[in-house]
Design a protein around this ligand. Structure first.
Ligand SMILES: [Zn+2]
Length: 426
């Protein structure tokens, strides 16, 4: 049976908002989106849910996060990990120290907590990095869409071969509504040979591949001259003194492309330290860039050239990164911060596309989630603000702070996943 959902405003990225809009859903797919009056005529037998003075729009997409670290702030307190992290490398060391002290059993509850928090803030799809593979059971009963990126790192050839086989064995399953994908961690934690193998595997399996790339100046120094704090502090700390890298003279992006080809299934996470030539190469390869502005701000790594990348036609998406470098898993919060942080370089329509359709496309969800249109999955959220904006100001309103608290419903696969109070109903 058809179900018609109506609200004062219906918004989908890239098209004009609809006043007194509605959508019709049947068997978990959208069959029509348009003016309420017309759709009620066309579907006279449909069951009606009227959200009243509300905005219906697509769920948000958190294209880069690490839900296994959702309890990180508690772990830091638990292990009395005092002090601040003045540099990116200090922060890395602190994270490794904390993770090493955590019992294996603690990671699945962290993922589950992160999934719940994400749904509550209107996120319907994630690109989630998982390094604790044993915690993958945490995804089994979630309605969340997107990808589980199995994280791969290593510089020891003997161990790498074994790791690649165990990851390959994980790639043919579904994880709840999530699909598998691959994430070589970063240029300073994986050897060029191993990265080349992982990139080949991703190509063979037609899987998305996400890599933290060009995040800090320490990473640039590491690749170009094989010097700096990653060599002096990080390598001795993790016991990699025997696999010291050589100077390549390459930027992170040119180093990556020397290991394998980029494609529309490649997600470059951060891309703060990129040159004009790097930007052209990313655009030509049709790779996606996932910006994590609050994390970059917290770790003092600089500001990505978002305006230049947008103008070059690169598909930009948005991620929160983990709670080890951010205050919340809310993409509403990230959007509002990004608008200020990029200071006019990205306008509200571009920011909203990043937070919805662009993230969905980067995760391979084109045609499923990220737009409200006939034929797409029946995935949408409902915001009920204290006062609705004018139709001409909807995009401005949606990128302003405070939207997170206004999420009243999140429909995934045609079913509301939140109760009226905004908590989880399953
Ligand atoms: Zn990350």
């Amino acid at each position: 049976m058809e179900h018609l959902y109506q609200a004062r405003i219906v918004y989908s990225p890239g098209v004009a908002p609809i006043n007194d809009g509605a959508l019709v859903s049947h068997d978990g797919r959208l069959v029509a989106v348009g003016a309420r009056s017309a759709l009620r005529k066309d579907y006279p037998a449909a069951r009606i849910t009227d959200f009243g003075d509300a905005i219906i729009l697509p769920p948000l997409v958190n294209a880069h996060t690490h839900l296994e670290l959702t309890l990180f702030p508690e772990w830091v307190r638990l292990f009395n990990e005092k002090g601040t992290s003045p540099t990116f490398v200090d922060w890395m060391l602190r994270m490794v120290r904390v993770k090493r002290q955590i019992a294996h059993e603690a990671f699945a509850p962290a993922v589950a907590t992160g999934l719940r928090a994400s749904l509550q803030s209107g996120v319907g799809a994630i690109g989630d990095i998982l390094s604790s593979f044993w915690a993958r059971s945490a995804y089994l009963d979630t309605p969340m869409l997107g990808r589980v990126f199995f994280e791969i790192l290593g510089r020891d050839p003997a161990r790498n071969h074994q790791l690649l086989s165990s990851v390959t064995a994980l790639l043919d399953a579904h994880y709840g509504a999530l699909l598998p994908a691959l994430s070589p961690h970063a240029p300073y934690t994986i050897s060029a040979e191993f990265l080349a193998n992982v990139m080949t595997l991703a190509t063979e399996k037609k899987l998305p591949l996400a890599i933290h790339l060009a995040e800090s100046s320490a990473e640039v120094e590491f690749l170009q001259t094989a010097t700096g704090p990653l060599i002096d502090k990080f390598y001795p700390f993790v016991g990699w003194r025997d696999t010291m890298p050589i100077a390549t003279g390459k930027t992170p992006l040119t180093w990556l492309t020397s290991c394998g080809q980029l494609s529309s299934r490649t997600l470059l996470i951060h891309a703060v330290q990129v040159t004009a030539a790097d930007i052209q190469a990313i655009a030509a390869a049709r790779a996606s860039v996932v910006l994590c502005p609050r994390s970059n701000h917290r770790l003092h790594v600089g500001k990505a050239p978002a305006g230049a990348m947008h103008r070059a036609g690169i598909r930009l998406a948005l991620g929160t990164d983990s709670l080890a470098s951010n205050d919340s898993l809310s993409i509403w919060d990230e959007l509002a911060f990004a608008r200020t942080w990029f200071n006019g370089e990205l306008d509200p329509p571009a920011l909203l596309a990043m937070a919805t359709i662009n993230g969905a496309m980067a995760l391979g969800l084109d045609g499923e989630l990220g737009r409200l249109a006939a034929g797409w999955g029946s995935h949408f959220q409902v915001l009920r603000p204290a006062a609705l904006p004018r139709l001409s100001e909807v995009e401005d309103f949606l990128t302003a702070p405070g939207r997170d608290a206004e999420v009243k419903a999140l429909y995934l696969h045609g079913c509301n996943q939140l109760t009226e109070q905004g908590s989880i109903s399953r």
